[in-house]
Every structure is written in structure tokens, then in C-alpha cells.
Design a protein around this ligand. Structure first.
Ligand code: NAP
Ligand code: G4F
Length: 358
């Protein structure tokens, strides 16, 4: 049995001088994954889109030693050029339009990025490596990770959900992710590519976008506590999710690409909490009663809701040796603590936090 410390030493030895290319580097998961891979000795490249992406400097501040390459999931040529330039051993495709409500407003764009974008990335790998295999045996295949989502389970047919649970996506986001999931599996079966999908359940952190419910709550609670606002508008408080810490989930992404045989994994905690639980924990943490501050805004209720999600992460636990290290209450407290610091800088120095209007 390899202990946690020994496992990380073994992994570090194996990973020295490997190259990873991460799409979605400016997002929540991109920064945690980059930190993790750098700590294991990888050279890490992040794909950056746009001519002056303001989030590039933020991720550079968070994670030093990153290299960048230009590219966009909408532009096949840019992906081929990026893969050819970086010559990665591993590609982590985290880029997406990841906010579910946005996918009803921009369904076509969401499908292009989250669905067709996966195909473009797979094709870029195939083109750079020669069309028959993703790379010949001598130099080793480029291994591909696709960020699949528990949103694919949608209107769940069983609980908890595992790798073979049938999908019933409820949003254009979920439908596009389902295409990305199956095209990754199809390229594995058709071209013998090393491609895996991580079916990740919701994961959060102080780096989470302010449009997502946990961060909206932690930021709202901090601002209310410091007298910067009085009300927090939310939608469906009854929705139930299996929430974990993003820093834990990026470890699972890396472990998936270290297995001898590529296969897909569900990653989650197996614990369920409602949005109401999250609200209660966050307000209680700062000594306030949520009922005095939370307002339900029907405009925030979705056209088709995913009512409940819960992971069965048995395969990840048994085959990857993966376990989450942060529980939900601890996670909410960590996020409120971090936002109390942000909000006090906003109060004292006028630093702007971009609270979400969603
Ligand atoms: P996030 O914070 O919203 O980050 C999304 C990233 O995608 C950003 O870096 C964004 O870059 C990039 N991007 C968007 N459109 C792009 C395009 N056309 N070309 C290249 N890059 C583009 O998302 P996250 O929470 O880190 O999630 C990472 C991935 O996991 C996503 O695919 C998400 O759908 C999936 N996922 C997340 C969760 C979760 O709970 N967090 C659960 C399951 C699956 P810009 O700076 O250019 O906008
Ligand atoms: O935090 P959310 O916006 O996350 P959602 O829709 O579950 O999606 C996230 O997790 C997926 C994995 O399952 C990822 F694939 C996806 O990219 C993203 O990271 O909403 C969570 C729940 C929903 O049921 C929503 O209806 O919270 C409910 N909710 C209630 N009031 C709200 C609000 N969500 C948001 N964003 N804002 C509200 O005011």
C-alpha cells in the first residue's frame, strides 16, 4: 500500500519533464489543475483566447511558471497550431461555456464550444500525431481528458448516479456536454486514442465564478455581514447537488490520465445538500438568520431544472484511489472566509468585486 506522501513522490518522479496543455486555463479548474501539475514537475501550457484576455493576468498571478499559447475552441486551425507548438503528453480540455442558464440564451454558441469544440480538439490531436493513431507507440500517445458533467444525468433515472447511468440532459449545456462525452468515447473506440471523460459533479472554491450559486451565496453573505448590501436574490432553494472542493477534483483528472487503460469516471462526494442548506450554513457562519435577507426571484428559476444530483464515486475510489478531502460545510465556510476578505477590501479600499447579476 502506497501512503499519500509516497504516492505523491512516486507521481512526481514519473511526471518530471512531462508537458500538459490545459484549455480553460483562466477558469476555476484551470488554475487548480495547473498548480497541481506544476507541483508534480510538469511543464504546463494554458490555451488563451482573445487578443487581450483580462483573465490571463489573474491566472498568471495565481499560478507562476505557466506558459501560454493562443487558441480558441471555435477555431480548428488555432488548436492544431497550439498542439503542434506545445507537443503535449497530456491535454486537459476544460474550456467551455460552463454556466447553465447562459446555454438557453446562447444555445448555438454553447453547442459550438461545448460540443463541437471537443471534436475540434480531438481532431487537432489526431492531425498533429498522424491520422491513424493519436501518436505512435515510441513517443507515447497524447492522452486526452474531457471535462464531462453530471448535468448530463439531468432528470435522473436512478440515484446515486454512476458511470453507466442513462443520461437525460435538461439544458442546451447538458446536451452539448453529452455530445462531447460520446465523441471522446467514440474516438477512443474508433482510433484507439487515449481519451477519457471525467463526469464531475459540482465543485466549488473561493475561485468559483460569482454567477454560480455557492459563490453567489458566500459573496452575498460577506457583503451583507459588512453592511454593503441587505438582500440576496436566489432562485430554486430546493435544488439538491453533490458539492465538493475543486482542488480535490483536479487530482482526480490527473489520476484518470495515469491509468493503463482509458475509461470514464464519476467524481463526486456521494453527499447531497440543498441550496437552502448552503444558504443556512453560510449565514449561520457569520451569525445571521438567512430568512431576514434571502429573497426568491422567480426570474432565477430555470426553464427545466435539474432537481437533484448525487454521485456514486466507487470506481474512482477503488481504481484511482481518489477521495475528497473537504466536506461541504467546510467548503462553504472557506468560501465565506475568503469573501469576507474580498468584501472588506471593497469596503475599505473600493476594490470592485464583480458580483453576478444572474
Ligand atoms: P469556468 O470557470 O467557467 O472556466 C471556463 C473556461 O473556458 C475559461 O477559462 C474560459 O476562458 C474558457 N473558454 C470559454 N470559451 C472558450 C473558447 N471558445 N475557447 C477557449 N476557451 C474558452 O469553468 P470551470 O468551473 O473551471 O469548469 C471547467 C470545465 O469543467 C468546464 O468544461 C465545465 O463545463 C466543466 N465542469 C465543471 C463543473 C464544476 O462544478 N465546476 C462540474 C462538471 C463539469 P475565457 O477566459 O477566455 O473566458
Ligand atoms: O451553481 P449552479 O449555477 O450550478 P449548476 O447549474 O448545477 O451547474 C454547475 O455544475 C455542473 C455540474 O453538475 C457543471 F457542469 C456546470 O458547468 C456548473 O459548474 O446552480 C446550482 C443549483 C441549480 O439547481 C440552480 O437552479 O442552484 C440553483 N439556484 C438557486 N438559486 C441557483 C440560484 N443557481 C444560480 N446560479 N443562481 C441562483 O440565484
Amino acid at each position: 500500500m502506497v501512503s499519500g506522501r509516497n504516492l505523491s513522490t512516486v507521481l512526481k518522479g514519473k511526471c518530471m519533464s512531462r508537458r500538459a496543455l490545459i484549455t480553460g486555463i483562466t477558469g476555476q479548474d484551470g488554475s487548480y489543475l495547473a498548480e497541481h501539475l506544476l507541483s508534480l514537475g510538469y511543464q504546463v501550457w494554458g490555451l488563451i483566447r482573445g487578443q487581450a484576455n483580462p483573465r490571463k493576468s489573474r491566472v498568471s498571478r495565481l499560478v507562476s511558471d505557466l506558459s501560454f499559447v493562443n487558441g480558441d475552441l471555435l477555431d480548428e486551425g488555432s488548436l492544431v497550431t497550439a498542439v503542434d507548438k506545445v507537443q503535449p503528453d497530456e491535454v486537459y480540455n476544460l474550456a467551455a461555456i460552463s454556466f447553465v442558464p447562459m446555454s438557453w440564451d446562447q444555445a448555438e454558441l454553447t453547442t459550438e464550444v461545448n460540443g463541437m469544440g471537443v471534436l475540434r480538439m480531438l481532431e487537432a490531436i489526431r492531425l498533429v500525431c498522424g491520422l491513424d493513431k493519436s501518436r505512435d507507440g515510441s513517443s507515447g500517445q497524447i492522452r486526452f481528458y474531457q471535462a464531462s458533467s453530471s448535468e448530463m444525468f439531468g432528470k435522473v433515472v436512478e440515484s446515486p448516479q454512476h458511470e453507466t447511468t442513462i443520461f437525460h440532459p435538461r439544458s442546451p449545456y447538458g446536451v452539448a456536454k453529452t455530445y462531447g462525452h460520446f465523441i471522446t468515447r467514440n474516438y477512443r473506440e474508433s482510433f484507439d486514442m487515449y481519451g477519457v471523460s471525467g463526469i464531475l459533479f459540482n465543485h466549488e472554491s473561493p475561485r468559483r465564478g460569482t454567477e454560480f450559486v455557492t459563490r453567489k451565496i458566500s459573496l452575498g453573505v460577506a457583503q451583507i455581514k459588512l453592511g454593503l448590501q441587505d438582500k440576496l436574490c436566489l432562485g430554486n432553494l430546493d435544488a439538491v447537488r453533490d458539492w465538493g472542493f475543486a482542488g480535490d477534483y483536479v487530482r482526480a483528472m490527473h489520476l484518470m490520465l495515469q491509468q493503463d487503460e482509458p475509461t470514464d469516471y464519476v467524481v463526486g462526494t456521494g453527499c447531497m445538500h440543498s441550496v437552502r442548506d448552503a444558504v443556512q450554513m453560510a449565514f449561520e457562519y457569520v451569525g445571521l438568520d438567512w430568512r431576514d435577507h434571502v429573497v426568491i426571484d422567480p426570474a432565477l428559476v430555470r426553464p427545466a431544472e435539474v432537481e437533484t444530483l448525487c454521485a456514486d464515486p466507487s470506481r474512482a475510489r477503488v481504481e484511482l484511489g481518489w477521495e475528497p478531502s473537504v466536506g461541504f460545510e467546510q467548503l462553504m465556510h472557506m468560501m465565506v472566509e475568503s469573501d469576507l476578505q474580498h468584501a472588506s477590501r471593497e469596503r475599505d479600499f473600493g476594490d470592485l468585486i464583480l458580483a453576478s447579476s444572474w
